[in-house]
Design a protein around this ligand. Structure first.
Ligand SMILES: [Zn+2]
Length: 539
């Protein structure tokens, strides 16, 4: 009898934290807000009242890091649910150059199958084949065969990188509708319904949104260098049929969330015998950032609306009585237009010298060295640049050393590293704040996909000179593009804000610990975070 009492008492008191741990959720909702920098999160945190406010009442990692150098959408999303840096996911950029492909377009899109005849990097066949590691949904299915993965996103590459290789449903916006690459999966009735509603909305005009006093205070028209129209005071008034304006507005995220909510109901997510995963990527913040920068009335209205839309979405889940938890983060941060940054006391903010574009630089160097062809291949003067392999090996070597010297000599360039230099460095670990530029690049590097050399512009140099289509961007190895919030919410109001730097690769092992999914030690780059409610990290 005494023995029994002792055993019972031991079970009650041996692990007080276990006694307080809530039951694992039945539905994991993982949300990526595209281009949602930690700077924006910090700026708006006191103003949120709905969805973001709810998430901020859980566990807030203020200093989350997309630690790698190539802070673009595809690499960033590839870290979120794999626990790995791009050096292991293989997703080094949105696009890279592969001069061995059998088609004339040597640019390869991160989420395509370039071996499909008749395709190009623009008219591509969507595929997860470049993602080299499994995602959370795949691991969950292995552990619990009944577990389902549903991915809904504004961009196909976000849905691919979060949904992985074996999703049950995957839907993303293609410019006219939400579509899928999955041919065998049944089409839920919700999809044509949402598509019809969105098409009807786009077909009509939209009046300017009502503003708020705070957003209005940001409403100042700023002229852009590089030919673009002034930005800063827009309120998303849209003419009938303008699908591009729709995409760069709060309407877009509202519709992506509406589709996600409809799929939760129709597929009964979170109500089966195994935990389900709903991965959502909301792209409008990114399109708004690119079109208008991050510090105007446009971004203010976007984030105000997104707060409300997220609040509505969570209330829908509440009303269904589903046991769910939410993780919200971003694929990368972002930066404002240099014209407005200079007004705000960033004197060195500037646009890149167009002579640094790989095509322009390549042409100049080819003429100088007496060679033929484009010389250099690559998208822009930031990140991976490739030497034309049609040149003789000796000429390739000559061009490489001349190009590295030419970029290094430019006053806007911070650093240039060759693939050989990068490959020699071990994969970085530890506090991502302290990583050197070379280490940040190493976390982005995958041989055979990465460039022959990589160029990093100086901090505060925007790699866009022609502003007729895009005003601002991200993609640099600096913290304004690397630092993102990571929010965990599980019905709690712990209100914990953690300042310690953590990484987006830590999300997967932390979620795994919450749902009891075993992860082989050392199999991923990330580490379990002990702070969120329900976490039981293995020591
Ligand atoms: Zn992005």
């Amino acid at each position: 009898m005494r023995k029994f009492i002792f055993a019972a008492a031991a079970a009650l008191f041996a692990s007080p934290s276990a006694a307080q741990t809530p039951a694992p959720p039945k539905l994991l909702v993982v949300i990526s807000v595209d281009q949602f920098s930690a700077n924006l999160f910090d700026e708006y945190r006191p103003r949120w009242t709905a969805g973001f406010a709810r998430l901020a009442s859980g566990t807030v990692f203020r200093n989350g890091y997309q630690s790698h150098a190539a802070t673009e959408t595809c690499p960033g999303h590839s870290t979120l649910l794999t626990g790995d840096h791009p050096a292991r996911t293989g997703i080094i950029a949105n696009n890279w150059i592969d001069q061995s492909v059998s088609r004339s377009d040597v640019s390869v899109y991160c989420a395509e199958d370039e071996s499909v005849p008749g395709t190009s990097s623009i008219a591509y066949k969507v595929s997860p084949k470049h993602l080299l590691v499994p995602t959370l949904g795949e691991l969950m299915k292995k552990q619990w065969p009944a577990s389902r993965t549903v991915a809904v996103a504004g961009k196909d590459r976000a849905a691919i990188m979060m949904g992985g290789h074996t999703p049950d449903q995957r839907w993303y916006w293609t410019g006219t509708k939400y579509d899928t690459d999955l041919t065998g999966a049944p089409v839920p009735q919700s999809v044509p319904k949402v598509n019809a509603a969105v098409a009807a909305a786009i077909a009509g005009p939209l009046p300017a949104l009502e503003t708020t006093p705070f957003c209005q205070s940001k409403g100042r028209e700023i002229p852009l260098e590089g030919g673009g129209k002034p930005v800063g005071g827009g309120r998303f008034a849209r003419i009938a049929g303008d699908a591009n304006a729709f995409r760069a507005s709060p309407e877009f995220d509202g519709d992506t969330l509406a589709l996600a909510a409809a799929l939760v109901d129709e597929l009964k997510l979170g109500r089966g015998g195994a935990p389900d995963l709903l991965a959502i990527s909301l792209s409008a913040t990114d399109y708004v950032g690119h079109a208008y920068g991050t510090e105007g009335e446009e971004m203010c209205l976007q984030l105000t609306e997104l707060d409300r839309e997220l609040g509505d979405f969570f209330e829908t889940l509440d009303s269904r009585g589903i046991s769910y938890s939410v993780v919200l983060t971003a694929d990368h941060g972002g930066k404002d237009i240099p014209e407005r940054e200079r007004l705000a006391g960033v004197p060195n903010a500037a646009r890149v010298n167009p002579a640094l574009a790989p095509a322009t630089m390549g042409k100049a160097l080819v003429a100088k060295l007496g060679l033929t062809g484009p010389g250099l291949l690559g998208g822009w003067a930031q990140g991976d640049i490739y030497v034309d392999k049609k040149l003789k090996p000796a000429d390739q070597a000559r061009l490489l050393s001349t190009a590295v010297a030419a970029y290094k000599a430019d006053p806007q360039v911070e650093a240039v590293f060759t693939a050989k230099q990068i490959a020699k460095v071990p994969l970085p670990t530890g506090n991502p704040v302290n990583w050197t530029l070379l280490q940040r690049e190493r976390a982005s590097f995958y041989p055979g996909r990465s460039g022959d050399f990589v160029v990093f512009l100086k901090k505060d140099i925007t790699p866009i000179s022609d502003t007729t289509r895009t005003a601002a961007t991200h993609g640099s190895p600096y913290d304004y593009d690397r630092r993102v919030p990571i929010l965990f919410w599980r019905g709690d109001a712990s209100g914990t804000t953690v300042e310690r730097p953590v990484e987006t690769t830590d999300i997967l092992p932390t979620i795994a610990s919450i749902i009891g999914l075993p992860i082989q030690p050392g199999s991923i780059d990330g580490h379990c975070l002990p702070e969120p409610s329900g976490t039981a990290c293995q020591r």
